[in-house]
Design a protein around this ligand. Structure first.
Ligand code: UDP
Length: 346
């Protein structure tokens, strides 16, 4: 019997993670997938480019929901996802990470008694002021299958009493990185197009609400990046939220090489050639390690603690890099297949 999986995605990091699992589902005999795109990210360079580059089939349902406050957006998604689930009647709902789309998908499924699988389960910043933390805690508690990228994530769930359905599956972002590395060869020319020399520049991203919403925080980060850019130029592919916040609060980005958001293949190429990374993105902290690029995290805490303990990551206001060691946590690039196989057998 073929199992029907309904995948809910909506934001950039989810397209990247879902691409890996979607490929594994297509390669699996006993599974088929229907996708909902909530519309949380909708610009071509924040959405379509990932579907094109990563071979994600077009979503069967596009809800076109974005903007508004967190509660408003999550609520509109919840009421739009429910009728889709009622008509599609999937065996499983699969959600990714920690966005409003994740929580809305999980809540809609839970209320219809449809089992939920959460990919990238168990991450904790222990900072409940982050919208992402609320989304991931609630989703983990609603899910029947929790796919953890690290053993720390497994421990975090255990500490909250979640012990069944928990799997240390590896990190689908590592799958995505290996896919992009082979696909980007010969296709991505961004480093030469920008006249950058390998290891003679750094790469930065900034988009977290905690860093962009308060002009003082944004200014402090931008000033820090400008100081670092005196050593090596910094390329900053700018998230639309950060661009708006900088314009609104009059924070000048002069002194940084600002470009628009880039596709995943260009991002992988830029990162691979970078001497250092600066970011508040969860995904990029690990991708920096996958490309063996030291990362400075522009936050006061990180969910990816092993990147810090193994010397590949540091907090911008924290201690210096620890001695470097390999991290044996993230799997062998086949986490998506592990996930597909477990769902098939569940
Ligand atoms: N990314 C990208 N283009 C960009 C900036 C980021 O492809 O211009 C990728 C990045 O490599 C990572 C993912 O988007 O895989 C991270 O997404 P984001 O920072 O939006 O979310 P987070 O990882 O913090 O959840």
């Amino acid at each position: 019997m073929t199992r029907k999986i309904l995948t809910v995605v909506g934001a950039r990091p989810q397209f990247i993670k879902a691409a890996a699992v979607s490929r594994a589902i297509r390669e699996s005999d006993g599974l088929r997938e229907v996708m909902i795109h909530t519309g949380q990210h909708f610009d071509a360079d924040m959405s379509d480019v990932f579907f094109d580059e990563l071979d994600i089939p077009p979503p069967a349902h596009r809800l076109d929901i974005h903007g508004g406050g967190h509660g408003d957006m999550t609520g509109r998604m919840l009421s739009a996802i429910e009728p889709v689930l009622m008509s599609e009647r999937p065996d499983w709902v699969v959600v990714y990470g920690d966005t409003n789309s994740t929580l809305a998908g999980a809540l809609a499924a839970a209320k219809l008694h449809i089992p939920i699988a959460h990919v990238e389960a168990g991450l904790r910043s222990f900072n409940r002021r982050m919208p992402e933390e609320i989304n991931r805690v609630l989703t983990d508690h609603l899910a029947s299958l929790q796919f953890c990228p690290t053993s720390q994530a497994v421990e975090n769930l255990e500490a909250e009493g979640i012990k069944t359905g928990v799997h240390h599956a590896g990190d689908v972002m590592y799958d995505a990185t290996t896919f992009a590395a082979s696909r980007a060869k010969g296709r991505s020319t961004i480093v030469s197009d920008m006249s950058l020399a390998p290891k003679q520049y750094s790469l930065a991203t900034v988009h977290r609400a905690e860093n962009t919403d308060d002009p003082k925080s944004l200014r402090a980060i931008v000033d820090f990046l400008k100081r670092e850019a005196k050593n090596l130029p910094i390329v900053l592919p700018l998230h639309p939220r950060t661009r708006q916040a900088a314009e609104k609060s009059g924070v000048s980005l002069d002194g940084l090489r600002v470009i628009g958001p880039v596709g995943y293949l260009d991002m992988a190429t830029l990162l691979n050639g970078a001497a250092a990374a600066y970011t508040d993105s969860g995904g990029l902290q690990k991708e920096a390690y996958f490309h063996r690029v030291p990362c400075t995290t522009l936050r006061d805490e990180t969910e990816w603690v092993e990147t810090v303990t193994h010397g590949w990551n540091r907090l911008w206001k924290g201690a210096e890099f620890l001695p470097r060691r390999d991290i044996g946590e993230y799997g062998d690039g086949r986490a998506a297949h592990v996930i597909a196989d477990i769902i098939k057998a569940a």
